[in-house]
Design a protein around this ligand. Structure first.
Ligand SMILES: Nc1ncnc2c1ncn2[C@@H]1O[C@H](COP(=O)(O)OP(=O)(O)O)[C@@H](O)[C@H]1O
Ligand SMILES: [Mg+2]
Length: 256
């Protein structure tokens, strides 16, 4: 239980904070407060539509009631299993207080000018995801923005989409892999240090046979609408070009 002083400090900040998620430093420790509400939908609308089409993805829709409680349960479960996720300090239906999981990985990626070092950070996140999968677990929202970096190692953040009702383990893990890959396209900007192709290969080769088969199935389904866009790619927006790049990387990795 947090002390009455910490609770009071959180209440004071919550009254004025505009962001749904905010942090506060208290007695030498950093805490994160996450409130119930609409999650930021930063991934492209196109990708959301395609993923929703392919997966029937409730998980990409705005917050459902009780999701913070789901997230707390998932965080506690993974924390108990020794996975690098933030500690749950308190959880109520409309507020989660978490320990610090480190820096959001995208802050590091955006501050890192060296493409090879960016790729190494991303590979470490992919490897953490693969280890998680090998242990029979999954993330549920494995876009790169939901990884952190602490003490020289990656961590997992934002388990809000962890509950994926109606999906089996292979489907959940395949979805993780695709969400990670599609979230990386904007970091693949230095042709001398390719990112998507080796990452797709790493994810496909690291996947279990069942997950690999599921990735292939999703790729076939995703591929059709994405390939329809190919002739218009030069006119289309960045989202479409990025989706095409990820689709091509995945296709090459699956063909090996
Ligand atoms: N426990 C935590 N430790 C470190 N950073 C956090 C923590 N919780 C949230 N953050 C930061 O706040 C951002 C938003 O939190 P997140 O849980 O991803 O919510 P959402 O994406 O639904 O807004 C994260 O991307 C991360 O940068
Ligand atoms: Mg998030």
């Amino acid at each position: 239980m947090p002390s009455a002083e910490l609770t009071a400090a959180i209440e004071r900040l919550a009254a004025t904070a505009r962001a749904r998620v905010f942090c506060l430093d208290f007695e030498g420790r950093r805490y994160w407060v996450k409130r119930q509400g609409q999650p930021r939908l930063r991934s492209s609308l196109l990708m959301q539509r395609i993923l929703a089409l392919v997966f029937g993805l409730d998980a990409l829709k705005p917050a459902r009631s009780g999701r913070l409680a789901d997230e707390a349960a998932a965080l506690r479960h993974l924390h108990a299993g020794g996975w690098p996720v933030p500690e749950v300090i308190t959880a109520t239906p409309n507020r989660l207080v978490l320990g610090d999981g480190g820096s959001g990985i995208e802050n590091l990626l955006n501050a890192e000018p060296d493409a090879a070092r960016r790729r190494a950070l991303i590979e470490a996140c992919a490897d953490l995801l693969l280890r998680l999968h090998a242990a029979g677990e999954w993330h549920g929202g494995a876009q790169i923005r939901n990884f952190s970096w602490r003490d020289g190692a990656p961590g997992l953040l934002d388990l809000e989409d962890h509950d994926l009702p109606g999906m089996n383990l292979a489907e959940r893990q395949a979805r993780d892999c695709l969400l990670l890959l599609y979230s990386l396209t904007r970091y693949d900007k230095n042709p001398a240090v390719p990112l998507l192709a080796p990452l797709a290969q790493r994810l496909v080769q690291g996947a279990s046979p069942a997950v690999r088969a599921e990735i292939a199935r999703l790729h076939r389904r995703l591929g059709a609408p994405i390939r329809l866009a190919r002739p218009f790619a030069h006119k289309a927006g960045r989202d479409v070009r990025q989706a095409l790049a990820a689709e091509a990387a995945l296709g090459a990795a699956l063909a090996q």
